[in-house]
Design a protein around this ligand. Structure first.
Ligand SMILES: NC(=O)c1ccc[n+]([C@@H]2O[C@H](COP(=O)([O-])OP(=O)(O)OC[C@H]3O[C@@H](n4cnc5c(N)ncnc54)[C@H](O)[C@@H]3O)[C@@H](O)[C@H]2O)c1
Length: 338
């Protein structure tokens, strides 16, 4: 089995919490060097995972340690610089979401990877959740009839933290839209195979006084005419947040709770109930739901495996990157009120 040699840029956050442990679950991956701008973090992560080399300068690392792929988990304002740097050293890149600060920057990244025939994948891992795959399968098989309405809700508690990059527009590109709604949009694309055509949104700061929005409700119409609602918040306590995915069609519905997030958790309720004539009694208790549960697997590992398969083949696939770019354009249009 060919080993894939990885360098990590931005080792201290989600890289440590999720990505590095996921990479190391698969014997195909070998982490050859880690980098973080904080030297002590790079050292600590290298020691924690038994990685030989650590750096506090990304270019020094890439020049010194040959690798096949780079995993980038730096703040959003660094994505452009780090993706381009990895490409300069001919690496394939797996980069955390969102793609970039805005569409213009994102397009330069995607075009550059295409022109050098290097794989670029953005870490929208929720599509790998078994229940989102189930939703995709049910929708694509027509088991809900024609889809009318979709709702995605995702929230967390994110109070003011002095200096936090996510709370500064120039570093994050935005608040709960750039951080949470992007996952919802990607899932909508993934499950329905449809695309967002037009949005009308409310967003702002209802609770916190940082620069970026803490609340947003995005309504949209898809290319195929589905109406959708995405509501995302940074101001709902974690224990009160219930990530939800709802899909309603002419013959059935899906109601999933607790599936949006970092775990392969939650449950999905599917109801198939084609309706005949108008039923004045509106009896809603007769349909028997089918229940499906999260498998408790590792959605990060699943996405890394898909990435490895791609880079080992000669075929490049930019579906995920193109989608990430389109989502970036939608965020731009929401923020610009267009
Ligand atoms: N897919 C997911 O589940 C998920 C979850 C959280 C974060 N993310 C994404 O991952 C990225 C990082 O988020 P985070 O929560 O880990 O942030 P974080 O601030 O917790 O961690 C970022 C790490 O990068 C380092 N860093 C900062 N600037 C750097 C630079 N110029 N060069 C090298 N290292 C630098 C920091 O020292 C820190 O160790 C963001 O794009 C975020 O949206 C994805």
């Amino acid at each position: 089995m060919k080993k894939i040699k990885w360098c990590i840029i931005g080792a201290g956050g989600i890289a440590d919490r999720r990505a590095i442990p996921a990479l190391l679950c698969d014997k195909q991956n070998e982490i050859v060097a880690v980098m973080d701008k904080v030297d002590a973090v790079a050292k600590q992560i290298a020691e924690k995972y038994g990685v030989e080399h650590y750096y506090s300068n990304a270019e020094e690392m890439l020049a010194a340690v040959p690798c096949d792929a780079v995993y980038i988990a730096t703040p959003v304002f660094c994505h452009y610089e780090h993706a381009m740097l990895a490409l300069k050293y001919n690496a394939h890149v797996f980069m955390e979401k969102p793609l970039a600060l805005n569409y213009k920057e994102g397009k330069k990244i995607v075009d550059a990877f295409k022109s050098k025939n290097k794989q670029l994948i953005i870490g929208y891992m929720m599509g790998y959740h078994n229940l989102h795959c189930k939703a995709h399968q049910l929708v694509q098989a027509g088991k809900l009839g024609s889809i009318n309405t979709v709702r995605l809700q995702f929230s967390c508690w994110y109070p003011e933290i002095p200096g936090a990059w996510r709370q500064q527009k120039s570093m994050s590109g935005g608040g709960c839209i750039m951080d949470l709604a992007v996952h919802c949009m990607e899932l909508f694309y993934n499950i329905t195979g449809d695309r967002i055509a037009e949005c009308k949104s409310f967003f702002g700061n209802k609770t916190f006084s940082y620069e970026v929005e803490d609340s947003a409700v995005i309504t949209f119409r898809s290319k195929n005419g589905i109406y959708g609602i995405i509501d995302v918040n940074f101001n709902i306590p974690d224990n009160c947040s219930s990530a939800k995915l709802e899909i309603y069609g002419t013959e059935g519905s899906i109601y999933a709770e607790g599936t949006l997030g970092q775990e392969e958790a939650g449950r999905l309720k599917y109801i198939y109930s084609p309706q005949g004539a108008y039923e004045a009694q509106q009896n809603r208790s007769v349909a028997k739901p089918q229940l499906f549960y999260g498998k408790k697997g590792n959605i990060y590992l699943k996405q890394f495996k898909a990435f490895n398969k791609l880079i080992l083949s000669q075929n490049r696939d930019y579906t995920n990157a193109d989608r990430a770019l389109e989502i970036q354009g939608i965020c731009d249009s929401i923020y610009n009120g267009k």
